[in-house]
Design a binder for this molecule. Structure first.
Ligand SMILES: C[S@@+](CC[C@H](N)C(=O)[O-])C[C@H]1O[C@@H](n2cnc3c(N)ncnc32)[C@H](O)[C@@H]1O
Length: 235
């Protein structure tokens, strides 16, 4: 392992905004923050918003700056990446941003029923081969329902036309309420305060001239979620 990575892992231990539960805690049971993010971390009662697969945490940090009356938590498994966001939050004393190092599959061990109001998924790997690995698949949505409040909003921002169309199909198939879908947020002037934040991956895709898409929908608690019959070759 490189020296820089080791240094970041060491510094990560000192950040009060970064939580790194043991794998055994999240795998076998609950971690100490479950149900306690607002009382223990943010010391207020504001809505909690997650960014899943936050990488360096650009979205988490910038949304926290722009929307001080919401609490933002970036979730990722890569500690050396999250170091960037946690360092900025610490240096700038941003009170409404935090990070959790955890596999998204086990996030229900860190968040209680209804503890989360909204979820952002920013530039995830589209996982073209296996639908259950996609962060907007029914497999993951079933997990999010354990901690997202009823009709909580899920936002997806991606460069992947494949993932955008797959998710639209899944929303339709499960009769979820689509709030908005846009297949070129910069080309259509839709990139406002909420959507104009650029992550590392987004900046790279934009520099290659790729279109950035966005959609949001409400995830209800009731009813079973299933995968759409969808053939990507129809694209
Ligand atoms: C393509 S990167 C995007 C990072 C960031 N959102 C951006 O736009 O720059 C995907 C991120 O998701 C994280 N990730 C993917 N699957 C994950 C999982 N199951 N649990 C936790 N993190 C995951 C990876 O570690 C990586 O940082």
């Amino acid at each position: 392992m490189g020296k820089d990575k080791l240094k970041r892992f060491e510094e990560n231990k000192s950040f009060e905004c970064l939580h790194q539960p043991e794998f055994s805690d999240v795998f076998n049971g609950d971690c100490n923050m479950k149900g306690n993010w607002n009382t223990m971390q943010f010391k207020n009662n504001n809505p909690v918003v997650l960014e899943l697969g936050c990488g360096r945490g650009e979205y988490t940090v910038e949304l926290a700056r722009r929307f001080p009356y919401k609490n933002f938590i970036g979730v990722d498994i890569k500690g050396a990446r999250m170091w960037r966001g946690a360092k900025t939050v610490t240096e700038e004393s941003i009170p409404n941003a935090a990070f959790l190092r955890c596999r998204i599959e086990f996030a229900q061990s860190a968040f209680d029923c209804d503890e989360v109001s909204e979820i952002w998924i920013t530039f995830p790997d589209p996982q073209m081969k296996k639908s259950s690995k996609r962060l907007t698949s029914s497999y993951f949505l079933e997990r999010y329902r354990k901690f997202l409040r009823d009709e909580g909003v899920v936002h997806l921002k991606t460069d992947s036309r494949f993932l955008h169309l797959y998710t639209l199909e899944l929303i339709k198939h499960n009769k979820l309420e689509l709030i908005e879908a846009n297949d070129d947020i910069y080309g259509t002037g839709r990139a406002d305060a909420l959507l104009s934040v650029k992550t590392r991956y987004e900046s790279e895709f934009l520099s290659q001239g790729m279109k950035i898409t966005y959609l949001s929908f409400k995830l209800r608690k009731a009813g079973k979620l299933t995968e759409p019959e969808w053939n990507p070759e129809d694209l």
